[in-house]
Design a protein. Structure first.
Length: 88
């Protein structure tokens, strides 16, 4: 779910930066993907749960800075809540 963007699309809060902020709740065993456009990176903050991003494990409280990965695959090992910052 998009919660912040430069233009307020999809009912998101307007953020005066080149960023798209997503809030995601992912049930245990579920998977979701996010496509990053060329030249963009991501910051992921795992608030609750346990998951893997492209095979890399994270637990509650962990964060990951991601570059040069065009596709992010999130696989939840436990019910998880995360924030995804898609940015330059």
């Amino acid at each position: 779910r998009l919660v912040g963007s430069p233009d307020g699309k999809e009912g998101s809060v307007v953020v005066h930066q080149d960023i798209a902020l997503y809030d995601c709740a992912l049930d245990s065993g579920k998977e979701v993907t996010h496509q990053l456009k060329k030249g963009r990176g991501a910051w992921v903050q795992l608030r609750r749960g346990q998951l893997k991003i492209n095979g890399f494990p994270l637990k509650a409280g962990d964060a990951a800075a991601i570059e040069n990965e065009p596709l992010l695959r999130f696989q939840a090992a436990k019910d998880s809540d995360l924030l995804l910052f898609d940015l330059i």
